[in-house]
Write a protein that binds this ligand. Structure first.
Ligand SMILES: Nc1ncnc2c1ncn2[C@@H]1O[C@H](COP(=O)(O)OP(=O)(O)OP(=O)(O)O)[C@@H](O)[C@H]1O
Ligand SMILES: [Mg+2]
Length: 377
């Protein structure tokens, strides 16, 4: 593949050359996959869940032993949409000219499929004509059981899985869970950007998916690995980058993958042969300026008390005890009860998140650029 003009992606996956580390996670997820273990992947937004799945699936693109099938169900509204998305992904993985693809098309004839082509991308979609509730469930079951019986290991990654909670079919969780239990050669990786809803689905003892999957948590990439990756990419394009500049990037973006990538993309696009701290400072100012209108929109969506709390949290970077007297007094935030309400609102609006599962859990602003902008203003 020809080199990309800029090696720092902030959307999509373009192969391992543009993917930083994640060696341990890749090994672990590959292992789970090959052993047919179901996985629920948890992490804060924009840290690299989807990227990790793409990276893990990549080597199996044309594998005859393992079929890795990815669907993103964010745009689906009901169980039929889900089934169509699934059928389309299977259709694309096994083209109709090949024997398995042929068999698959024969099987779905029962549901009178139509194939449409996206006007912009030309990519095909398969739509099954199913009307009744029973037909809908049957078509979904048929797709799963068909692949399960083909002498091939099948791994489905279902991204933005929390979307099923929006379906009018309120029993979607139990339908899927029941189907999952009947399959022998098929495993699932579930992930989603809304952690609260994902936790509700998988960690609530009353719900069908409880204890059905192995949980996997994805953290930020280690600083030394990220620095090495950034420096290597600059070098591959015959450029250099100063160590203090790398320090600044990691600190400014808190190693939150999307923001680190986006920062590096902007810095790299400046085309300096030798990149210094000064260039990084310039880039930071530019990024904050470009995003300013979005930040003001956030402000309009929050109450004054919520905005003040968010600003205080941005200035602190990590807040261990937001209801502590010292924090409240330092930023004049009113009463602990007011802060508690503010915290809940900011959490539910996903303006902040709670970093738990570590020795000293803390709250932090989600959007790292917003965090830097707030702390300066
Ligand atoms: N290991 C990595 N190396 C380089 N870039 C990465 C890596 N992981 C992710 N990225 C980049 O960071 C961006 C954000 O990652 P990704 O979309 O995978 O996050 P996510 O956790 O799925 O986010 P969301 O919660 O919004 O779905 C991606 O578009 C990708 O380009
Ligand atoms: Mg994602």
């Amino acid at each position: 593949m020809e080199k990309l003009p800029n090696p720092f992606l902030s959307s999509g996956y373009m192969g391992s050359a543009y993917f930083c580390n994640r060696k341990l996670e890749t090994g672990l997820l590959t292992n789970y996959m090959q052993n047919g273990i179901h996985v629920a992947l948890f992490a804060i937004r924009r840290i690299g869940k989807t990227g990790l799945i793409s990276h893990v699936f990549h080597p199996f693109q044309n594998s005859k032993k393992v079929a890795c099938i990815y669907i993103d169900i964010l745009s689906t509204q009901n169980l039929s949409d889900f089934t169509n998305q699934l059928a389309t992904a299977v259709y694309n993985r096994f083209p109709a000219q090949k024997s398995l693809g042929k068999k698959f098309m024969e099987m779905v004839q029962l549901f009178r499929p139509t194939i449409t082509f996206d006007e912009l991308t030309g990519s095909p979609s398969l739509m099954l004509s199913v009307q009744t509730k029973a037909q809908k469930e049957k078509s979904l079951a048929q797709i799963f059981t068909f692949l399960d019986s083909q002498n091939i290991r099948v791994v489905f990654a279902i991204d933005e899985f929390q979307q099923i909670l929006e379906y009018p079919e309120t029993n979607t969780e139990s339908i899927l869970r029941t189907l999952m239990q009947q399959l022998k050669n098929t495993s699932f990786i579930f992930c989603g950007s809304n952690q609260k809803l994902m936790h509700q689905i998988f960690n609530s003892a009353k719900r069908p998916f409880f204890a059905s999957c192995t949980s996997m948590h994805l953290d930020a990439i280690a600083e030394s690995d990220y620095k090495k990756f950034i420096a290597t990419k600059f070098k591959e394009y015959n450029r250099t980058i100063d160590a203090e500049c790398l320090d600044f990037i990691c600190d400014f973006t808190c190693l939150h993958t999307f923001y680190t990538q986006n920062f590096c993309f902007n810095l790299f696009s400046k085309q300096h042969a030798h990149t210094t701290l000064e260039h990084a400072l310039e880039t930071a100012v530019e990024i904050l300026k470009i995003n300013e209108s979005t930040f003001y929109q956030y402000k309009n969506l929050l109450t004054k008390a919520q905005w003040n709390l968010l600003t205080a949290m941005a200035k602190e970077e990590q807040v261990f005890q937001p209801q502590a007297k010292s924090f409240i007094q330092k930023y004049n935030l009113g009463t602990p009860a007011l802060v508690k309400r503010g915290l809940e609102a900011l959490l539910s609006k996903e303006m902040i998140y709670y970093q738990s599962g570590i020795e000293k859990p803390y709250y932090q602003v989600y959007d790292k650029f917003l965090m830097r902008w707030l702390s300066k203003n």
